[in-house]
Design a protein around this ligand. Sequence first.
Ligand SMILES: Cc1cc2nc3c(=O)[nH]c(=O)nc-3n(C[C@H](O)[C@H](O)[C@H](O)COP(=O)(O)OP(=O)(O)OC[C@H]3O[C@@H](n4cnc5c(N)ncnc54)[C@H](O)[C@@H]3O)c2cc1C
Length: 315
Amino acid sequence: MKVIDHINAAKETLFSFEILPPLKGKSIQSIYNGIDPLMEFKPKFINVTYHREEYVYKKRNQGLLEKVVIRKRPGTVGICAAIMHKYHVDAVPHLICGGFSKEDTENALIDLQFLGIDNVLALRGDPIKTEATFNPTENGHRYASELIEQIKNMNCGNYIDEVKLEPTNFCIGAAGYPEKHFEAMNMETDLKYLKQKVETGADYIVTQLFYDNNKYFDFVAKCRTAGINVPIIPGLKPITNLRHISFLPQFFHIDLPQELSLELLKCKSDDDVRNVGIEWGIHQSKELKKSGVPCIHYYTMSNSSEVKEIASELF
Ligand SMILES: Cc1cc2nc3c(=O)[nH]c(=O)nc-3n(C[C@H](O)[C@H](O)[C@H](O)COP(=O)(O)OP(=O)(O)OC[C@H]3O[C@@H](n4cnc5c(N)ncnc54)[C@H](O)[C@@H]3O)c2cc1C
């Protein structure tokens, strides 16, 4: 079933979450161990991230370094199929522009369709670690809106090279940034491109994580004023350790609100941070749910224990 149909059919706020494929070589059991504790909250869909290749330098003889391409977390499509088979819950694979030509994208979508997967979250992807800016793959897409256009075209039976074939039927999600995408010149231009993604075919938006609900409420208000009228699903991630305090703002380009930062400054251990993070997650979730958001989407980073504690207060 499509995410948008779940949202339209819902009478109250839905629960969903995102997982990461395990590191290469780990079994799928590690994925099930993360999903099992959250099944009691009846997720309507589970997102699985996509991780493109990385370059690493391996030491060879006589001190030489060899540049090697590796995929640390392969398996997104296989995990989605396994989730649908084992839990009978809709899986939402993330599909990115980086590393994909248009033909690769078309083939990936055909695989998803054969597997009975109706949903994709269409993203550009971040620049790879060894590149300062995002570089599209040859004959690939530069922006998520172009990827969305390709999927929408396939939904109309228009494949690449103007070939007319059987239409696909994907529900398309897109990313939104309550605190602005880090490359955007300002919020207004970011919203202009977000609107383009929706006009091209995105059925709903999932937000980047945030810790200040007012940022989300402002973002939704600005989207509505700009004429973006699709559901906007808030994304939340509990803070769980001391490292997160500097890592999350640095990596995701977000602020921690003053009230939360004052509590975090008192923490001496990971356990202290975890307790504050769970309390904050409960507080955020309750306020969002009360405001009538369509769904709350939790970023588990494949560690479900904190999300379980939060969800047990709400769902
Ligand atoms: C919910 C969510 C899930 C994610 N999952 C993954 C994942 O699984 N794997 C992964 O690699 N990354 C993931 N990301 C990270 C995401 O790929 C990065 O944030 C990336 O830098 C931007 O992706 P986007 O789809 O928002 O890009 P776009 O919508 O293409 O936007 C990228 C930038 O370009 C600008 N822009 C857009 N269109 C145009 C245009 N036509 N002309 C000029 N400028 C334009 C935008 O304002 C923005 O600054 C996720 C992010 C979110 C919020």
